[in-house]
Design a protein around this ligand. Structure first.
Ligand code: 6GU
Length: 255
């Protein structure tokens, strides 16, 4: 997979050189490139923003540097560096625009996006990007404004760190043991069960006895029950769309 990130703070994306994602890049599983939006300006001051039409607080990102940057990364991604145009067989890259006004980014979104050939992240700052950029971009990209949740960040960069990590770890070969992707929160609609390691008694607290029993059927049933109990307590909203048929009988009737 190829990922391009366009930002006025490319240094913000430095953590993508570390850990699992950094290793995936080194191993050639992920071709991730960060671009400075100011490299696509033409004026002496490398201006990327201007005052909003209609008035109001803050500044808005100017459209032309974005069009230049996005055209360049789309051409690079399709192997069409000279800009000769689309040869016709490749899929459109997906343009993800991080914004608190976007559609909610979920584990399902991460799985969908992990199947794409090229993702481009457009990090807005200030009050956002001139809306016409998103309209224009629809000819060249599948445009998806995406939000992490109902709170406001200063710009898209931190959200991109989160989304790239969520997507990148789903790419084949990135997580060493693919089994660890199966029994984690949100993989099956419930939160994950609690985990314990040695010692079996620690500061007067014992590991639940069932986990020491060696009875794998019982252990699986206990873990499923704990998933349900946690989800009901912390995220009851998740139970609304959940198929109770996969739960232990006692939890099923509690629905
Ligand atoms: Cl994706 N971007 C920004 N700027 N703020 C956010 C967000 C994204 N998700 C939640 N808040």
């Amino acid at each position: 997979m190829r990922i391009d990130v366009v930002s006025i703070f490319p240094e913000y994306l430095a953590p993508l050189e570390l850990s699992l994602i950094g290793k995936a890049r080194q191993d050639g599983l992920l071709d991730l490139r960060v671009h400075d939006l100011r490299d696509f300006t033409t004026d002496r001051h490398r201006t990327v923003d201007d005052t909003p039409y209609g008035g109001g607080a803050g500044m808005v990102m100017k459209p032309e540097p974005w069009a230049q940057a996005l055209t360049a990364v789309a051409a690079e991604g399709s192997g069409d560096a000279a800009g000769a145009g689309d040869s016709g067989d490749a899929r459109k890259p997906v343009l993800i625009v991080p914004s608190p006004a976007g559609e909610r980014f979920t584990q399902a979104t991460a799985h969908q996006l992990a199947e794409e050939d090229q993702l481009v992240f457009a990090c807005g700052r200030y009050e956002g990007i001139d809306e016409r950029v998103l309209e224009w971009a629809a000819d060249h990209f599948t445009v998806r404004p995406m939000s992490l949740g109902d709170y406001v960040l200063n710009g898209g960069e931190v959200a991109v760190l989160a989304m790239v990590e969520a997507i990148g770890r789903l790419l084949p070969g990135v997580v060493g043991n693919p089994e660890s992707l199966v029994e984690e929160s949100h993989s099956d609609g419930l939160l994950e069960y609690p985990v314990y390691t040695k010692p079996s008694s620690w500061r007067d607290r014992d590991v639940p006895a069932v986990l020491l029993s060696g009875n794998h059927g019982k252990i699986a049933q206990w873990r499923r029950h704990e998933q349900y109990r946690r989800t009901a307590e912390r995220r009851p909203d998740l139970l609304a769309g959940f198929d109770a048929g996969t739960l232990p009988r006692a939890d099923r009737t509690a629905f």
